[in-house]
Every structure is written in C-alpha cells, then in structure tokens.
Ligand binder design. Structure first.
Ligand code: FAD
Ligand code: DHB
Length: 394
C-alpha cells in the first residue's frame, strides 16, 4: 500500500478542511487533504452566502480576501418584516460590525487557488475512508485513491472536516460521545435566479403562509428561500408558483416595494435540523465544522461556524506539533463548543421566531418578539451581535 507521512491528515476538502490546511501551512505545518468528491463538485455546491465579521477578519488576516474585497458586498444589516411592517436593523450602528455577501462557492474557489499555489497535496475522488489509531500519536487515514489503489496517510493528528455525512464523527467511541439533535417540522425551498436583487440588504419575512428570505449572490443574481413542508417534492413548485409565493410573503406592493422575478437557474429543498456532537476531540482526532455540528440555515451560521472552529484549531495544532505545548489543543473542544452552542441557540431562535409552526399561540409570541427586536435597541443589539458574529474567542 502507498504510504504518505504528514503532520496533519485532513479529511474533507470543504471550507473547514481547506482553510485548516491553509492556516497550518502559513505556520510551517504540513498537511494532506483527502476528499471523496471531485474538486469541481466541491467548488460548485450552492450553499451559504453570508460571511460574518470574524470570518472576513480571519480571511483577511490569512491573505485570502483579495477577491472578497473586490467582489464581496458589505451590508450594514438586514430587514425584518411581517405583513404591513418592514424594519431595518443597522448592525454597524448597533455593534460596529457588519456582514458580507460572498458565496461559499467563491470562498471555496479562493481556498483551492491558494492551496494550489502552495502545492498542497489533495487526494480528490477517494473512496472507503477509514480512520485508525486515533488514540495513539501515530493516527492514520486509509482510502482507495482515484485510480483504485489503496493508500495510507500516517500523521501526528487527524482533523475530521468531513461534514454531515463523513466518518470522523463516528470514530469517537460511542461511550465517549454525546449528541443533541432537533429536527424542525419544515424545510426550505431554495432558488437561485438570474435577476438583480429587489433589495439592497437581506429581507427576513414572517408571513402567515410561511417564512420567506430574499438574499443575493451578486448585482445580477438573487438567492431566495420559502418555507415548505418537510418532504415537499421540488416538482410541486413551478417557477410561477415560487414567484407568486415570494411576492405574497415578501410584501410585493407594500409601501411601493416590488419584487422583480427572473429566470430560476437552480431549485432544491433543504431539510432543517440542529445537531451537536461533543466532545470535538478524541485523542489525536479533532472535529471541525459540520462534522461536529449542524445548524438550521436561518441566520447564516453554518459556514461561519466552520471557519471559527478552524480559526481556533489551527493555532492549537501549531502549538502542539511545533513546541509540544498541548494547552490550546486540550482546551479546543470546550473553547469551540462555547461558540457552537451560542450559534446553535441563535439559529434555533431565528428559525422559531420566523417560521410558521401551525400553533396560533406561537404566532402571537413570534409577533411580540419581532416587535421587541425591531422596536427596542436592547432587542435589536442582541440580534445584531449574534448575526454579525461574536469575536473568534467568544
Ligand atoms: P462541508 O462543506 O460539508 O465539507 C465536508 C467535505 O468532506 C465535503 O466536501 C465532503 O464531500 C467531504 N467528505 C465527506 N465524507 C468524506 C469521506 N468519507 N472521506 C473524505 N471526504 C469526505 N450555511 C449557511 O450559513 N447558509 C446557507 O445558506 C447554507 N446553505 C446550505 C445548503 C446546503 C444544501 C447544505 C448541505 C449546507 C448549507 N449551509 C449553509 C451550511 C454550510 O454550507 C456548511 O456549514 C459548510 O459547508 C460547512 O463546511 P465544512 O467544511 O464543515 O463541511
Ligand atoms: C443565505 C442563507 C441563509 O441561511 C441566511 O440566513 C441568509 C442568506 C443565503 O444563502 O444567501
């Protein structure tokens, strides 16, 4: 079997894995990345679109923000609305922090370009990923490479950055891991449309028919979401039905605001759940990103949380591997989980405040909460602080 020796074996070439490899390389720590999908597939998955302040700060600090500075769109805040009312929350005024519209596809392209420029070893299109000896100081990852040959990467540390469905999470023995999960009784129908956004900043809309969100990817591409029942077949939603529902829920015609429809280029249904597995470390295996936790998308925390995990993990591994100082590595799980639970709560809170559950009592509470969040500086600041992102070390 072919064998490669490295300091950190990284499973998963998504944003968590590639950013970790980049941050480690900047400090002279060597890594090998392994990934089941192709480079093109990983780079073209339509996912997150909003970067919070600490994500942008980290990308800037590691030389990854050149295109983001040019092409990203900085937003001061968001709109929150319900029928007949739309309110702007100005995060910059409330907290001095802002958010950027810059798609995960673009972040991924920037990461891949930076790793290629550095000759990073990435094995794409692998199969049969297995983790071994993670409780020793010589853990390894074995797999079948793209040519069908078996391969082993022997490392000092394994980083499990393999997302929701990867094997790393289950490599923590059952008796030593705890999991928390909440499945929501609704999903999002997400569409990408070749039309200029009808709004300057994102609109989160509460509506009796269900939640709607108007987001964007650029000056010419809009990203929109509708609350739909779980297991909704995407074929039930024609383009016309989508635009009609968006117009109703987003308030077309309200105070002269109009929603401009356009050609829909992508359409999919996303289930929603909260999930956390603890601890985020077992021996020489460290988990980061969706491998350890999943949030419902309302509030745009998934990608940002993956970045903040890695922002904490990289210096911990550098200290461990270069000087033998294990203090940050020993603290990693607890430090990361503090922020994970904060974002898990925020995502749950935004989700349950804005989606229809079918319960009339919930509706009244939701409207009361929305009035408070938009009408009181204290309420607005709490939302703004969480949405624009708490500092990395929170
Ligand atoms: P991933 O991006 O999932 O990367 C993990 C990688 O590991 C993948 O490339 C996978 O192929 C690879 N892998 C899996 N198994 C193996 C294996 N056995 N061996 C090797 N490699 C493996 N977040 C938001 O904030 N806003 C959004 O609007 C939003 N929309 C989303 C829509 C969808 C459909 C999904 C799935 C997620 C969305 N998210 C969103 C969440 C966000 O995209 C994730 O939080 C983010 O991608 C996490 O990055 P990651 O690197 O941890 O995981
Ligand atoms: C997007 C997704 C979100 O979950 C969100 O809260 C804001 C924006 C997006 O895909 O653009």
């Amino acid at each position: 079997m072919d064998e490669t020796r490295t300091q950190v074996a990284i499973i998963g070439a998504g944003p968590a894995g590639m950013l970790l490899s980049h941050l480690l390389a900047a400090e002279g720590v060597d890594s090998v990345v392994v990934e089941t999908r192709s480079e093109e597939y990983v780079a073209s998955r339509i996912r997150a679109g909003i970067l919070e302040q600490s994500t942008v700060d980290l990308l800037r600090g590691s030389g990854l923000a050149e295109r983001l500075e040019d092409e990203g769109d900085r937003h001061r805040g968001i709109y929150l609305q319900w029928p007949e009312e739309r309110h702007h929350l100005d995060f910059e005024k409330l907290t001095g922090r802002s958010v950027w519209v810059y798609g995960q596809t673009e972040v991924q392209k920037d990461l891949v370009a930076a790793r290629k420029a550095d000759d990073q070893a990435v094995f794409y299109e692998i199969d049969d990923t297995t983790l071994d000896d993670v409780e020793t100081d010589r853990p390894s990852v074995t797999f079948t490479d793209a040519d069908g040959a078996p391969h082993r990467v022997v490392a000092d540390v394994v980083a499990g950055c393999d997302g929701t469905f990867g094997p790393s999470r289950a490599a923590v023995p059952e008796g030593e891991r705890s999991t928390w999960e909440k499945v929501y009784p609704y999903s999002w129908l997400g569409v990408l449309a070749d039309v200029a956004p009808s709004t300057d900043e994102l609109i989160y809309a509460w509506h009796p028919d269900g939640f709607a969100l108007h987001s964007m990817r650029s000056e010419t591409v809009s990203r929109l979401y509708l609350q739909v029942p779980n297991d909704t077949p995407v074929e039930e939603w024609s383009d016309d039905r989508i635009w009609e529902s968006l117009a109703t829920r987003l308030g077309h015609g309200q105070d002269g605001w109009t929603l401009t429809p356009g050609p829909i280029t992508e359409k999919s249904v996303l289930p929603m759940r909260s999930f956390v597995q603890t601890p985020m470390r077992h021996g020489r295996l460290f988990l980061a990103g969706d491998a350890a936790h999943i949030v419902p998308p309302t509030g745009a925390k998934g990608l940002n949380l993956a970045v903040s995990d890695v922002g904490l993990l990289a210096p911990a591994l550098v200290a461990l591997l270069q000087t033998g100082d294990s203090a940050l590595a020993d603290a990693y799980s607890d430090t990361a989980l503090r922020r994970v639970w904060r974002c898990t709560h925020f995502s749950w809170w935004m989700t349950t405040m804005l989606h229809q559950s079918g319960d009339p009592f919930d509706r009244q509470l939701q409207l009361s909460q929305l009035r408070w969040v938009t009408g009181s500086d204290a309420g607005a600041t709490g939302l703004a602080e969480n949405y624009a992102g708490l500092p990395l070390g929170y």
